[in-house]
Design a protein around this ligand. Structure first.
Ligand code: GAL
Length: 372
């Protein structure tokens, strides 16, 4: 399938909301443990490096789902060594070095700084340790990449913002664009996808790249945008993710804005789902972290055990990084999350119970949208 056709297929899949955790793996666990002449058995050590704790997804979903899948695939004999870089590229380089010194069998890496981590990837390769890039496309000689269709994430966000603006969407409507960290290649893709929908339809009055994806930095940027544009003149805010949307809303509310403009997000964080219930945030992008984490675990185990056919089946797409071309990849579909489909997404997939979302503070708003 060419990339446009694939993206259309993904959009269709996304709009039909076909994601269910039951239908996740390309391979079932049962067929993965008993292959002929594996390079290694189940007694393997997998290094998992995640980038930060600011965003709740990593420790709440990515790490536990990954760890559980490794246990399942290795009949509880495999080990996960986990480290979180807390948004520091130098800390991540040290963590990579530690994994290399510890001679882990494979490294699954979500980069803080995709470019600078390339040196560490090369060192791992030189030590004979394969590296699978997770969520963000690290530079250097990686074996494979697994992520979501990040440009599609941006398109979905941009399209939703235009939808939310309705009749207010015209070339004089002033939008603030709050993009993610400049060291994260996904942030560039989210931005490109969003701009493909926003350009020509609204005016991007202020645009920021937000250091470390931090809500606090987004808040400071938003204060500046409010000063420059005027609080009454902001028609909408493109926020690349949920935690930044929280900072943006705080800046607007502190400036005395009571009728908030539509604001986008990504990650389906619990606080964001609650803001969607109250209408403070218009949408988020729901990404199936279990699907990403579990398929990454399958890739890692297949790679270490030398099961090349399974490995290839898990990475049928191809992507290019600035340093390498034709990297085998898997891109997982995404779903737009609004008031309309909270139950069919985060609740159906077991991320949150209705009672987690509809606490006393949100009970009334939940009742209004029929979430109970
Ligand atoms: C991106 C990731 C998003 C979000 C963001 C902030 O790379 O794809 O899901 O987590 O980083 O950490």
């Amino acid at each position: 399938m060419n990339s446009r056709a694939r993206r259309v297929a993904i959009s269709v899949a996304a709009s039909m909301m076909t994601i269910s955790l039951a239908a996740c793996g390309v391979l079932g666990a049962s067929e993965s443990s008993d292959e002929a002449s594996p390079a290694k058995g189940n007694d393997i050590t997998v290094g998992l490096l995640l980038p930060e704790t600011e965003n709740t997804r990593y420790e709440q979903f990515d790490y536990p789902f990954f760890k559980a899948k490794i246990a399942e695939l290795t009949r509880d004999e495999g080990n996960v060594k986990y480290a979180n870089a807390e948004a520091s590229p130098s800390k991540q380089a040290a963590q990579m070095q530690q994994m290399i010194d510890d001679k882990v069998d494979v490294i699954v890496l979500d980069a803080v700084d995709a470019k600078s981590v390339g040196d560490s990837v090369q060192k791992a390769k030189d030590a004979g340790i394969p590296v699978i890039a997770y969520d963000r496309l690290a530079e250097g000689p990686i074996d494979a990449y697994i992520s979501f269709d990040n440009e599609l994430v941006g398109e979905v966000q941009g399209r939703s913002l235009i939808e939310a603006l309705g009749n207010d969407a015209d070339s004089s409507a002033k939008i603030v664009m709050m993009n993610g960290s400049p060291t994260d290649p996904n942030a560039k893709q989210f931005k490109a996808g969003a701009l493909s929908q926003l350009n020509g339809k609204v005016t991007i009055a202020q645009s920021f790249d937000t250091k470390d994806w931090k809500a606090q930095n987004a808040e400071v940027n938003m204060i500046e945008a409010i000063e420059k544009i005027g609080k009454k003149n902001i028609a909408g805010v493109y926020s690349a993710n949920d935690s930044m949307a929280g900072g943006i809303i705080k800046a607007l509310e502190d400036a005395g804005v009571t009728d908030l403009p539509p604001i986008t997000g990504q990650d389906a964080e619990l606080a964001a789902v609650q803001r969607i219930v109250t209408g403070e945030q218009y949408m988020s992008v729901y990404k199936s972290y279990p699907q990403e984490a579990e398929n990454a675990a399958e890739m890692a185990v297949a790679r270490v055990q030398g099961r090349d056919i399974q490995f290839d089946a898990l990475a049928r797409d191809k992507v290019d990084s600035p340093s390498h071309q034709g990297i085998p990849a898997q891109l997982v579909p995404v779903v737009v999350l609004t008031q309309e489909n909270i139950r069919q997404t985060v609740v159906a997939d077991g991320f949150y119970k209705v009672s987690d979302i509809c606490t006393a503070k949100y009970a009334e708003a939940c009742a209004e949208i029929g979430l109970k």
